[in-house]
Design a binder for this molecule. Structure first.
Ligand code: NAP
Length: 352
């Protein structure tokens, strides 16, 4: 990929896409095209065609998707499957039509079977049942991997797919309903810490800056008295003396910094082709953490002095999700950011 190559990063305002743009810029790529979903709705086939026809990108990173945590996935499965199928089909078909040299499609670890043997190797795909809470999302992600595969097979395109593990980092989604696990956790501890300190100005500032979810109108909440604000935060699991967490904390998960994941994506785009990778490659460090331990780390970093209470009536999700790193390691790539350093940096970014 030469330095003046025209590169389209779809989803550049999101966690993954924004990290890819930052990474490309550090490698000296400047001819980067971006469009927000307001300017280009990737669900609109005609708009996508017009965009590719006008811009003629040479390389595409497909990091646009409807993404969310366990609650959003189980509440809105139709939206997850429809939108992600539509975005994938539109972008991949149009990339083929307009002769894109290489496309990198982002999937996620939820494509693997719920009880897949650990660590999960790429060839475990579709070997048994998926996790029911995010099946709709997973099916759409698997379909897009297969789209890339069959376009390569039939049309000789060079469309590759990468499956990062759970990511966190700048521009993460801190919405308490639709956000990712780690940022939602940080926010809950942060709000509980502010409650503990009676810092209602800090709470109002937090609510003013970012949507909270669950149909809660931020301006309405901010105009309430302190007792009412506290009651609303309690419904979100943030109390003065405790933070409530879904499940029992017995599951294991891996978390990778989005800058590491972006570095892997750019590395693959620059150095690897479909013939080297096959259907897809895991982007993983190969090491996970017990969620209970992660909660303690986040509590410590945020500086909340209360306890953690588990709501064991809520689902735990897949018991363990660790991806195998043999393939990505064999390419000579490995992550650099340690989890504790990454969470500290994310909390600083969030507070600022
Ligand atoms: N986050 C993770 O932990 C993780 C892990 C592994 C893989 N991935 C994968 O990485 C990809 C991106 O995830 P993310 O975490 O970066 O999500 P994100 O932060 O929610 O960002 C998603 C992006 O997609 C764009 N988008 C959504 N619908 C669109 C539409 N109809 N038209 C145009 N753009 C649209 C949004 O654009 P606007 O901002 O302009 O609305 C947003 O920038 C997904 O495929 C996901 O499966 C994520």
């Amino acid at each position: 990929m030469h330095k003046s190559a025209k590169i389209y990063v779809a989803g550049h305002r999101g966690l993954v896409g924004s990290a890819i743009v930052r990474c490309l810029q550090t490698y000296g790529y400047e001819n980067i095209i971006t469009k927000s979903s307001v300017d280009l709705d990737l669900m609109d086939q005609n708009a996508v065609r017009e965009f590719f026809c006008t811009e003629k990108p040479e390389y595409v990173f497909l990091a646009a998707a409807k993404v969310g945590g366990i609650l959003a996935n189980s509440t809105y499965p139709a939206e997850f499957i429809y939108q992600n199928l539509q975005i994938g089909a539109n972008v991949i078909h149009t990339a083929y039509k307009y002769g894109v040299k290489k496309l990198l499609n982002l999937g996620s670890s939820c494509i693997y079977p719920r009880l897949a043997q650990q660590p999960m190797k790429e060839n475990y795909l579709l070997t048994s049942e998926l996790e029911s809470t995010n099946e709709a999302y997973a099916i759409s992600k698997i379909a897009v991997i297969k789209l890339c595969k069959y376009y390569n097979q039939q049309y000789g395109t060079n469309f590759i797919s990468a499956m990062p593990t759970n990511l966190y980092g700048e521009n993460d989604n801190f919405n308490m309903e639709t956000g990712h696990a780690l940022p939602m956790l940080i926010r809950r501890f942060h709000l509980a810490k502010l409650l503990q300190k009676n810092d209602f100005d800090g709470i109002k500032l937090d609510l003013k800056r970012r949507p909270i979810g669950f149909g809660i109108n931020q301006s309405e909440v901010i105009s309430q008295n302190d007792i009412e604000i506290e009651r609303i935060l309690n419904t979100l699991g943030a109390y003065r003396e405790k933070v409530i967490i879904w499940g029992n904390g017995s599951a294991y998960r891996e978390f990778m910094n989005s800058d590491d994941s972006a570095d892997a994506c750019v590395y693959l785009m620059r150095n690897k082709n479909y013939d080297d990778i096959g259907e897809f490659v895991n982007i993983t460090s190969g090491a996970d953490i017990l969620l209970k331990d992660l909660f303690e780390i986040v509590k410590e970093i945020v500086g909340f002095r209360g306890s953690i209470e588990y709501d064991t009536n809520k689902p735990n999700g897949t018991p363990r999700k660790l991806m195998d790193n043999t393939k990505i390691q064999s390419f000579g790539w490995k992550p650099r950011v340690h989890l504790i350093d990454g969470v500290k940096k994310l909390y600083e970014w969030y507070v600022q």
